[in-house]
Design a protein around this ligand. Structure first.
Ligand SMILES: NC(=O)c1ccc[n+]([C@@H]2O[C@H](COP(=O)([O-])OP(=O)(O)OC[C@H]3O[C@@H](n4cnc5c(N)ncnc54)[C@H](O)[C@@H]3O)[C@@H](O)[C@H]2O)c1
Length: 257
């Protein structure tokens, strides 16, 4: 049991399935009181029922007030987990403004709006925990997915900014950056996912395990696939070499399509 989490009021967005449901289950098993959010009310209620949590359905962008009320006035941990991955790998078509707008809204602005709503109380009492489900695409860029790659870089940058700005005032931030995880989202990624993500995919419960290790070690960067650290170093050390290797994967993907 992780002491920091026992009895805590926890919110997990996009927790009607996949990684969010696994995080909600793990927080509940560790003795937290969990708000289960999802756009899909039925899925949020099913997970909340299973773990003895409270369902607060709706758009993750605007649920802090309702979640706080459901938890009796205090949110201790907020997991900004809801995310969207859209099929937009072909820039030879006109810009799909709607898809880019949705990716910004869910993958970045929902985090910004939640942090704005949560920070005043957290800074006043000198503690709070913000968990961002980013992606390895936020560190490395994903083949065939420009809006996902860009907005996940944005989510990572925002988590980093939160951490460096408020860590001396009691805020803990964790950025979870997995590669493939066996969820509905992975099933929908098609041939790019098959090529790059599926061979090393892990289960959602493995992501929850990695987060809890990171909470115990008080670590910002959570890498459920540890090999991502080496790829991230290679990208920083030799950008052109790294881009050439990534382009080889792109070409392989084009042959498969
Ligand atoms: N599956 C992967 O391979 C993988 C890898 C790296 C990162 N991630 C990230 O993990 C997070 C969870 O993804 P997942 O794989 O569990 O996906 P998923 O599609 O299985 O689950 C996402 C859930 O979020 C909900 N949702 C979508 N938009 C929402 C909104 N605006 N408000 C509230 N709920 C909303 C959906 O209804 C769904 O239940 C995402 O941020 C995703 O980008 C996933």
């Amino acid at each position: 049991m992780v002491e920091a989490v026992q009895g805590a009021g926890v919110v997990v967005t996009g927790a009607g399935g996949g990684i969010g449901a696994a995080l909600a289950r793990r927080f509940a098993a560790e003795g937290a009181r969990v708000v289960v959010n999802d756009l899909d009310a039925g899925r949020a209620e099913a997970v909340a029922g299973e773990i003895g949590g409270i369902a607060v359905p709706g758009d993750a962008s605007a649920i802090v007030a309702d979640a706080r009320e459901a938890l009796g006035g205090t949110v201790d941990v907020y997991c900004a987990n809801a995310g969207v991955a859209l099929e937009d790998g072909d820039l030879e078509q006109p810009v799909d403004e709607k898809s880019w707008g949705l990716a910004w809204d869910v993958n970045v602005m929902a985090h910004v709006r939640a942090a704005h709503a949560l920070l005043p109380a957290w800074l006043e009492r000198g503690s709070g925990r913000f968990v961002s489900t980013v992606s390895a695409a936020g560190l490395l860029t994903m083949i065939g997915a420009p809006s996902y790659s860009v907005t996940k870089h944005g989510a990572y940058a925002f988590a980093e900014w939160l951490s460096l700005t408020y860590r001396h005032r009691g805020l803990k931030v964790h950025a979870i950056c997995p590669q493939g995880v066996r969820t509905d989202m992975l099933s929908a990624t098609g041939s790019a996912g098959d090529l790059v993500l599926r061979p090393t995919a892990i289960d959602p419960a493995d992501v929850a395990d990695a987060l809890f290790e990171g909470i115990e070690e008080d670590r910002f960067l959570i890498l459920p696939h540890p090999e991502v650290a080496a790829f991230y170093r290679a990208r920083a050390a030799e950008p052109d070499h790294w881009l050439t290797n990534m382009n080889r994967i792109q070409q392989k993907w084009e042959e498969l399509r």
